[in-house]
Design a protein around this ligand. Sequence first.
Ligand code: NAP
Length: 296
Amino acid sequence: MYDIIIIGAGPAGLTAAIYALRANKKVLIFEAKSYGGQIVNANMVENYPGIAHISGFDLATNLYNQVVDLGAEFKFETVIRIEENNDVVTNNGTYKSKAIIIATGAENRKLNVDRETELIGKGISYCATCDGNFYKNKDVAIVGGGNTALEDAIYLSNLANKVYLIHRRDSFRGEDAYIDELKSKDNVEFILNSNVVKLNGDNRLESIDVDTDGDVKTLDVSGMFIAVGQSPKNEVFSNIIDLDEKGYIKSVDGVHTNRKHIYVAGDTRVKELRQLTTAVSDGAIAATEAIKEMED
Ligand code: NAP
């Protein structure tokens, strides 16, 4: 029997683990892929208080090592459901705990253009910092208008020959500071009010068709980075946990779900601001609440 099972080893889950372990609780963390969550894909994090610049990978690794040193148990298993009695069922077994914290984050949203899945790794990518190096001195496109797309465009502009930033509106959702930086780059071209409607190439991406107000043009690019936001993956909890229409977990007072002793932390819950800082805040609060209410 564990005190707390944490589902997801991103910043929210790992922060919850730090708080629980420092309160001498027995903690088990499930992670389906690898530690760090989405932050490992961030080339540079510059808005985390107290750390002016750090790569997402380094930050995630520091966090993971901190949790390992505190004595957390990790199991790289996939949670497939939570039973009515709060048992956690994975692909490998069934586990009991006094409290559960769901911190499953969110995953990259697809653009839903034909052949997108087929061409992943053959020109299509969702992670500029992971795959950008393959496109040194080549022409690439980025799709999206949020901070991820803008940051990716900045990162790729330092590697690629030419960067097309394609966005479906005439203004960006991301921060002005990034937009100003991109405007100052000679090799970045904004293609606004536009949608990618076709991917071309036999075995790998060679060009894309872009529709701007009904006018379709072909751009020769060898890579296209898709940064159109994230969506949660909470279907496995939907038997007992209340989700909103987009699949995010509804919460009361931030971290309480509709179920006693089950909490939620980070990007996977309904919230206004999905940031590293708000994820770690959720993790700390969820663990503290779980401990406080454990014997109720
Ligand atoms: P996001 O802010 O949700 O932006 C997604 C973008 O993709 C939007 O511009 C959206 O267009 C566009 N989009 C969505 N579906 C589309 C579709 N089917 N076709 C074309 N375009 C589509 O996602 P994000 O940029 O990944 O950022 C997620 C969160 O992380 C945000 O809160 C962001 O601020 C944060 N973040 C912060 C940092 C940082 O502070 N350093 C870095 C990265 C991310 P519309 O604008 O038309 O809806």
